[in-house]
Ligand binder design. Structure first.
Ligand code: MLT
Length: 205
């Protein structure tokens, strides 16, 4: 079995049994504690699995290297996506997580690594909630995403995850057969209570 080799938090569900687990993936400069409140607000009954990105950019944790704002080191994106997928496998076994009920919840850089896992066909989660996501890889081999459900929550005025990029990401997922919901709000890169409400609703809660 692969090692659980990411610094992380795991918070079990309050009630044992059928609960889903949210895989929380923070943005640049975040850590394993950052999105715990967000996860709790999205689904108070879920278990939370929250790793810290291993790449440091001037001390700021990330999930993969970038060369400049919005310019990604794609070889690193692929290697780190695989590494994170191995971590998820190890955590699923260790914490006895039901992988069928695993939902990735990523913000910004965390949404981008989750998208990379999906596009590479190595996602361990059937559902993903992506806040302020971008296209993380310029080229990928075709994958079959039939059965995958993805919510993308975007900002009309986001200067980083710009609307055109987010729409292109949604198209890539749709083209591969995923069930994609893309929602825009008149805001920028920051998260809002509307993001939580959307995610909550999309999960059928
Ligand atoms: C971020 O600040 O996290 C981004 O601009 C997105 C990324 O670099 O993956």
């Amino acid at each position: 079995m692969t090692e659980i080799d990411f610094i992380h938090r795991f918070i079990p569900a309050k009630a044992a049994g059928a609960a889903r687990t949210l895989l929380l993936l923070h943005g640049t400069g975040g850590n394993e504690n950052d999105l715990l409140d967000l996860g709790q607000a999205i689904d108070p009954d879920a278990a939370l699995l929250s790793p810290r990105g291993k790449v440091l950019e001037n001390g700021a944790p990330r999930f993969f290297r970038r060369l400049a704002e919005g310019v990604f080191d794609e070889a690193d994106v692929i290697a780190r996506a695989r590494e994170l997928a191995d971590f998820v496998d190890a955590a699923v076994a260790h914490y006895e997580i039901d992988a069928k009920k695993l939902v990735a919840v990523g913000y910004s850089n965390g949404a981008n690594i989750a998208s990379a896992m999906v596009l590479l066909g190595i996602a361990k989660f059937p559902e993903a909630i992506l806040f302020r996501a971008m296209v993380p890889l310029s080229q990928t081999s075709p994958v079959d995403l039939a059965g995958a459900r993805i919510l993308i929550s975007a900002g009309e005025f986001d200067p980083i995850a710009q609307p055109g990029i987010t729409k292109a990401l949604a198209e890539l997922f749709r083209h591969a057969g995923a069930d994609v919901t893309l929602k825009f709000q008149p805001i920028g890169h920051e998260l809002t209570p509307r993001d939580v409400a959307l995610a909550h609703q999309w999960l059928g809660l």
